[in-house]
Write a protein that binds this ligand. Structure first.
Ligand SMILES: [Cu+2]
Length: 70
């Protein structure tokens, strides 16, 4: 699982945009979002942390990698 802190994710619009961005590069990914702690958890077999950070950034947000484990 790969965990990002995304401090500029502040509402359901943001979490939806981030979820769609991740699913656009890996439709099989599992995305779990906690808005109150600005936390995005992704389980992806196809895209690594750097790739996920890039698509989240492309969607207009600022991800900081919190942890990554297989
Ligand atoms: Cu928002």
């Amino acid at each position: 699982m790969i965990v990002f802190n995304v401090n500029d994710m502040t509402c359901n619009h943001c979490s939806g945009a981030i979820t769609r961005a991740v699913l656009s590069v890996d439709p099989a990914a599992t995305v779990r979002i906690d808005l109150s702690s600005h936390r995005v958890e992704v389980q992806s077999a196809a895209v690594d942390a750097a790739g996920l950070a890039a698509v989240i950034a492309d969607a207009g947000y600022t991800p900081t990698l919190a942890s990554a484990s297989a």
